[in-house]
Design a protein around this ligand. Structure first.
Ligand SMILES: Nc1nc2c(ncn2[C@@H]2O[C@H](COP(=O)(O)OP(=O)(O)OP(=O)(O)O)[C@@H](O)[C@H]2O)c(=O)[nH]1
Ligand SMILES: [Mg+2]
Length: 322
């Protein structure tokens, strides 16, 4: 019942994961570089006009005005110092500045050994952002790290939502605590905490509704769930994980701001980076919100979730020199 022990940290898998990330980011990469790509290897001068072209592309790929300004300022001053003498130097500087922007939010989600159990991951986000799928993937990820997991079917609004999380429970062979559709979500999560404690389970991952009758109801329900967790045990470590669909671009930012007003978000997951050309929103989010990006989703399969890593991400995005 407690997890499949898949040893997926071999070097081969690492390479495979990087290749998948690179493939997942293909659309964003081509938005950034189609055109610029063709300049590489040519004798085109690295001049302010080229920087303007890069600036326009960064903006088009949803990197955002503020983050783009930071990158372009850094490139301009490197140019003035005569440090950008060829395309390789330009790309290296661009990469370094982009990594720098993402480093503050590269803080993986670690489950500590020495805190009260269970560790709680409360998964929130608008409907369709990828919450339930991410829960399935995270279950597998944390099992691989040797943790036991229990799932809470906290989205009681849609009957199908309960079946969906039960399906992930079966796939990953972990228990799922659920009640009937329409039940009180906070009560389901309270039950899950009790069950996890009774069975000494390390980690409870709770699903929540993405949509209720209206936005106010949703926000009230989330606050109530948060209070119930504290009531169960005020010393429990809780990660409030907001799932954002990267394909929604700048909209993802305003969602994060709205949720953050009612519940203190401690981490983010950016999903569907594989299907979008707007992957640049990661930079905008990092620059504006400064909330750790725990994971990114690059597909629908169990293995399509990666801990977010600035260096890997930027390498996958900029690697056009092979
Ligand atoms: N391509 C791709 N699809 C994804 C990813 N994550 C989730 N999806 C798909 O997005 C759709 C919505 O995902 P769900 O996990 O059901 O989203 P949710 O937030 O739980 O939605 P509600 O339960 O309606 O609030 C599903 O078809 C998923 O397979 C991803 O990283 N890449
Ligand atoms: Mg769901």
């Amino acid at each position: 019942m407690f997890g499949l022990n898949k040893n997926s940290t071999t070097e081969e898998n690492q390479t495979g994961m990087l290749a998948r990330l690179r493939q997942g980011l293909a659309k964003t990469r081509s938005k950034l570089f189609s055109g610029i790509e063709s300049l590489i290897g040519t004798k085109r001068a690295i001049d302010p006009a080229l920087l303007e072209e890069i600036e326009a592309r960064l903006l088009m790929a949803d990197i955002g005005v503020a983050a783009t300004a930071r990158i372009i300022e850094a490139l301009s001053s490197a140019m003035r110092r005569h440090e950008l003498n060829d395309m390789d130097q330009l790309l290296d500087t661009l990469k370094a500045r982009m990594v720098e922007l993402l480093e503050p939010v590269t803080r993986p989600l670690l489950i500590p050994d020495d805190t009260a159990k269970p560790f709680v991951i409360l998964v929130i986000g608008v409907n369709g952002s990828g919450k339930t799928t991410t829960i399935g993937k995270m279950t597998s990820y944390f099992q691989d790290q040797g943790h036991s997991v229990l799932l809470a079917a906290g989205d009681t609004f849609r009957a199908a939502a309960i079946e969906q999380i039960q399906h992930w429970g079966e796939t990953t062979r972990v228990p799922v605590i659920a009640q009937q559709s329409g039940a009180d979500s906070a009560a389901v999560i309270f039950d899950a905490l009790q069950s996890a404690r009774a069975h000494a389970i390390d980690l409870v991952i709770a699903d929540t509704a993405g949509r209720l009758h209206n936005k106010n109801n949703l926000m009230q329900e989330l606050s109530k769930i948060r209070r119930i967790i504290t009531k169960f045990d005020p010393s429990l470590p809780v990660e409030v994980l907001l799932v954002l669909d990267a394909g929604t671009g700048q909209n993802a930012l305003s969602q994060a701001q709205q949720f953050n007003e009612v519940i203190n978000i401690t981490g983010l997951v950016l999903t569907k980076l594989d299907g979008t050309a707007r992957g640049g929103v990661v930079f905008s989010i990092a620059h504006t919100l400064n909330i750790p990006i725990r994971f990114i989703g690059v597909g629908e399969k169990l293995q399509d979730l990666r801990p977010f890593q600035a260096e890997d991400f930027v390498t996958a995005l900029l690697d056009i020199r092979e």
